[in-house]
Design a protein around this ligand. Structure first.
Ligand code: SAM
Length: 264
């Protein structure tokens, strides 16, 4: 146990931890998959690249229509409200809409916009963010950040954490809290098992035809529960403190900081 009473899972066992956490019910353990979303496929085949771009465009569209870009930008700026000229790192930016909003809403924020997917990085760099005076667009893997300790005030990873298996997710927690004073993870909630079954039944028939629905069926099966998020943080480093909000009907919000920053 770490000193917050969360069991520390060993390296050998971490990838066997259920997405519902160490205490997941039997039904919840069945409602998970290792199947990849289109976004996770490393293939450069034109059909796969086209599907990935289609999912990213749909995510951007959904973020605009349902106001997620605005909600996430507000949560991110609240996290750096007491920093005069915040240096913000966006990981897994996909389309860059969150970074664009952060730059619009904060007159002196500097934003490093990154993703692991080269096509997404190229598309973002080719747009307005590529020439924005306070933006830098870069390729970056959230599990191995090319950044100095404490280089950023905030690192934000939105709607992306569930893409990673537990060992890689724990590395994001370790790396994000090393390179930034605060790591903000915003991700899908893990639905309660009975609700999840109903949702799956409604969406499954459309999954073979629409890439966005295909990925939308898989995502909640891979989403981490609050107890899983706490276990991942304890595994990453017992010095990491997490604060969890939201969930169920709204995205889960996790703020992580190293103990020294919490009590400084
Ligand atoms: C579902 S999209 C989310 C895009 C955007 N953040 C949003 O909120 O709409 C997930 C993104 O995470 C990126 N991603 C997956 N694994 C990653 C990793 N290890 N490091 C950085 N980005 C990653 C994918 O390339 C993709 O752009």
């Amino acid at each position: 146990m770490d000193h917050m009473g969360v069991p520390v899972i060993t390296d050998d066992d971490i990838d066997r931890m259920p997405r519902g956490g160490p205490d997941a019910s039997c039904l919840d353990r069945l409602l998970q998959t290792d199947r990849q979303e289109y976004l996770d496929r490393e293939s450069d085949a034109p059909a796969d690249v086209a599907r990935k771009r289609s999912v990213i465009r749909a995510l951007n569209w959904a973020g605009e229509v349902f106001g997620n870009h605005e909600k996430f930008a507000k949560i991110a700026l609240d996290a750096v409200a007491d920093v005069a000229d915040p240096r913000i790192l966006e990981l897994g930016a996909g389309h860059g809409a969150l970074s664009r909003m952060l730059l619009e809403w904060h007159p002196s924020a500097r934003v490093t916009v990154t993703d692991i997917e080269p096509t997404s990085v190229a598309a973002i760099a080719a747009g307005d963010l590529g020439s924005h005076p306070r933006a830098t667009v870069r390729h970056m893997d959230a599990t191995a950040l090319d950044a100095a300790d404490g280089e950023f005030d905030l690192a934000v990873f939105a709607l992306s954490f569930h893409h990673l298996p537990p060992s890689a997710a724990a590395r994001v927690l370790a790396e994000g809290t090393r390179a930034a004073a605060t790591l903000l993870i915003i991700d899908l909630p893990r639905p309660p098992a009975p609700l999840h079954l109903i949702r799956l039944a409604a969406m499954l028939p459309w999954a073979p035809f629409l890439p966005f629905v295909h990925d939308g069926v898989i995502s909640p099966l891979r989403a981490y529960s609050p107890s899983a998020l706490r276990a991942l943080a304890a595994h990453a480093d017992p010095a990491i403190r997490v604060e969890l909000r939201g969930g169920l009907t709204s995205p889960q919000v996790l703020l992580a900081r190293r103990e020294a920053e919490v009590f400084a």
